[in-house]
Design a protein. Structure first.
Length: 227
């Protein structure tokens, strides 16, 4: 090979090598930028309003389907309204009815802390997910079960262990645990600084609402055994 062709050959290789470096230098920042964008994409950790019939507010502003719910939010339902709130995606859900007032105290991937200040609520959580419901007379700790609660008045709360097990805490008045395959309810009544349990019977709800909530999570309640 002549000197002339050698020079041409090596010049060609050099140009190709420099072009390759230039392409890599231009491409790398773009790739890094794309990776950075992916890392910075927000992860949905809050709840969500799944369904809403009628009118409701979140922190005093009109609520809408698909709205994200987070710790500290206050949900209030207007007359004749019904609202389903997904607390943990496909893991726990609650339904509120007309006049309900629910404060979201805490919301994470594995647990939810709620305060039912007024009205009616039903809920369902798959096993391994916790829901703590604070009411004027008791705190109900739910772990993989179905429940229904209604604040009849500030001194009287109706609570039903619809299916599964619920732990109740009455503060200095003690604790209780209820287990049921198909509804076990009590009124928790506060009088004279004490809280007493009185048989509640089947009130304010039925199987239909709980079946609907479980169905939204792709689950089915076995009413023949306490799950």
């Amino acid at each position: 090979m002549s000197i002339r062709y050698r020079r041409f050959f090596f010049t060609f290789l050099l140009i190709g090598f420099l072009a390759s470096l230039s392409f890599t230098a231009c491409k790398k920042p773009e790739t890094q930028k794309q990776d950075q964008v992916k890392k910075e994409e927000p992860v949905q950790t809050g709840g969500r309003i799944e369904n809403l019939f009628g009118a409701a507010t979140v922190n005093g502003k009109p609520a809408k389907v698909g709205q994200i719910i987070k710790s500290g939010d206050l949900i209030e339902l207007k007359p004749r309204a019904v609202c389903d709130v997904m607390l943990q995606k496909n893991l726990s859900i609650v339904r509120l009815k007309a006049g309900a007032r629910l404060k979201i105290k805490e919301l994470s991937e594995k647990s939810a802390g709620l305060s039912l200040e007024r009205g009616w609520m039903a809920g369902y959580a798959v096993r391994g997910r916790d829901i703590r419901v604070h009411t004027p007379t008791a705190i109900a700790s739910v772990r993989g079960t179905a429940l229904c609660m209604k604040v009849v008045n500030p001194n009287n709360v109706y609570a039903c262990t619809c299916n599964g097990k619920i732990h109740y805490d009455f503060g200095k008045n003690g604790k209780a645990t209820d287990s049921a395959a198909h509804h076990k309810a009590f009124h928790y009544v506060k009088a004279g600084g004490k809280i007493t349990r009185k048989p509640g019977g089947m009130k304010f709800h039925g199987d239909e609402a709980l079946n609907a909530l479980a169905g939204k999570l792709g689950r089915k309640i076995d009413w023949k055994k306490a799950e």
